[in-house]
Design a protein around this ligand. Structure first.
Ligand SMILES: [Zn+2]
Length: 464
């Protein structure tokens, strides 16, 4: 299995620390707002990674955090806590906001058939672990205290910037002076490990006691603390959005390696962005789509998943409703094929060399840094080939272990009784050779979203 590693900027052979086990940490959502279509793509790609590893025989232990405190609106510790802001906006408590958006997140990922992590951990339930980690960093001389907060001193960490390849000097130039709110902060790239409940945070609702007084943790420390608690001090793969590379993940490395003296992560996996109609998603542009918008537009979330599979995770993807509808059509076709191929008795193994070569081809492209678009193309080639239907079904379900399109669960769509009545009337008209009436009824059935096909003295109806 080969994977691109952001740390080395190379496609590398994936060798886990303790095979066949794989430790995978995924940065989870900050639960202050709706999960949108960009998140859907990121978490689908993480899921494809996990499923591909399992396909190759690895046993994946997947941990994901829920950020429910400490994530400020500015990546450089400026601005407000996103959770507190969300609570004010909706007139709710921070806890209610967190609960509501966490549920929405999982409703979305379930609809996309994204496997739930083995462990889901909330930042607010791991304050003790974060305090302990900060203490370790203090002992190792990486921390300084101001009136407002405890900071990690990036100049003390020799390899700061190794993930993004950005030098500290470049960082200074990139940070605007006015957003550097804490006057006691020594370097613009220094980041908060703990905020005290003073000054701009005097009214912060979520706070806990600590050796440095009442306060709350900074955003980055939670991922290091929970990754170490549930996995190990060194893990195989850490995943997140590409926007996390220069700050969040750089900081995770600094504080983890600063505390343990060991490499934090062997392989860094990053997902590229999603744009909508060629533009960055934003609420003001009205292109911030959630699961509800997808369903309102009669797009099955799984056909969205198929759309995501058709671009590589390291490439940006431009979403349009047209592409979603095209994917919906392809997905319907695929379901129909799965339904028609479903045998009475499933094959236990493949025998023909041609069927085996399709399986090999699929495994090869998936193992080559998850070339999902090629894997989808292999699937269509296989369907069109002259191998037996039983072999096709076997391979379709085999490939779907990675695709996750639920193809082994396809059942006949229920047809509305009114449509059946129209179809029966049409059959009657055909028997009487009244073709005008038969055509009118066919158009009516099609307008209701169904396709009718004549089969001798009877007919079949399918949802379009
Ligand atoms: Zn994280």
């Amino acid at each position: 299995m080969k994977l691109y590693n952001t740390l080395t900027r190379k496609i590398e052979e994936f060798t886990p620390i303790n095979p066949p086990n794989v430790t995978l940490y995924v940065c989870g959502p900050t639960v202050y707002d709706f999960t949108h279509i960009g998140h859907m793509r990121t978490y689908t790609n993480n899921d494809v990674l996990r499923r591909s590893l399992a396909y190759r025989g690895y046993k994946v232990n997947h941990v994901m955090n829920i950020t429910d405190v400490g994530h400020l609106s500015g990546d450089d510790d400026s601005g407000e806590d996103k959770m507190e802001k969300g609570a004010k906006k909706y007139g709710k408590t921070v806890w209610d906001v967190a609960k509501f958006y966490t549920e929405f997140f999982f409703k979305t990922t379930d609809a996309l058939n994204i496997l739930r992590p083995n462990t889901v951990c909330k930042a607010t339930e791991h304050i003790e672990e974060m305090v302990q980690l900060i203490n370790r960093l203090m002992k190792n001389g990486f921390v300084y205290e101001t009136k407002e907060a405890l900071y990690f001193d990036v100049t003390k960490f020799k390899n700061y910037g190794k993930l993004s390849g950005q030098k500290l000097k470049e960082k200074i130039q990139a940070v605007r002076a006015e957003v550097n709110v804490d006057k006691g902060k020594k370097h613009p790239a220094d980041f908060a490990l703990w905020f005290k409940r003073v000054g701009r945070f005097a009214d912060h609702t979520m706070h806990w006691p600590s050796p440095w007084g009442e306060g709350f943790p900074g955003w980055h420390i939670e991922c290091s603390a929970m990754s170490m608690k549930y996995l190990d001090e060194t893990i195989d793969i850490h995943s997140g959005g590409i926007d996390h590379v220069p700050v969040h993940h750089e900081n995770e490395i600094a504080q983890s390696e600063g505390a343990t003296g060991k490499q934090f992560v062997k392989y860094w996996f990053h997902n590229n962005f999603l744009t909508v109609d060629g533009q960055k998603m934003s609420k003001s542009l009205g292109n911030f789509y959630t699961l509800d918008d997808i369903e309102k537009n009669k797009i099955n979330p799984l056909s969205l998943r198929l759309l995501f599979l058709q671009s590589h995770y390291r490439q940006p993807l431009n979403f349009t409703w047209q592409s979603a509808r095209a994917s919906q059509e392809a997905f319907n076709k695929l379901r129909e094929i799965a339904l028609n191929l479903k045998p009475q008795k499933k094959l236990v193994s493949l025998k023909s060399s041609k069927a085996l070569s399709y399986q090999k081809q699929f495994e090869d492209v998936i193992s080559n840094d998850l070339q999902t678009a090629q894997a989808v193309a292999t699937m269509w080639d296989m369907i069109k080939s002259d191998i037996t239907n039983d072999e096709k079904y076997f391979l379709l379900i085999d490939f779907d272990k990675v695709f996750g399109l639920n193809l082994d669960n396809v059942t006949e769509e229920k047809i509305d009784a009114n449509i059946i009545i129209l179809a029966e009337r049409r059959l009657e008209a055909r028997r009487k050779r009244d073709f005008d009436a038969s055509d009118r009824l066919r158009i009516k059935i099609e307008k209701a979203g169904f396709k009718i096909e004549d089969k001798g003295e009877t007919y079949s109806i399918k949802k379009i």
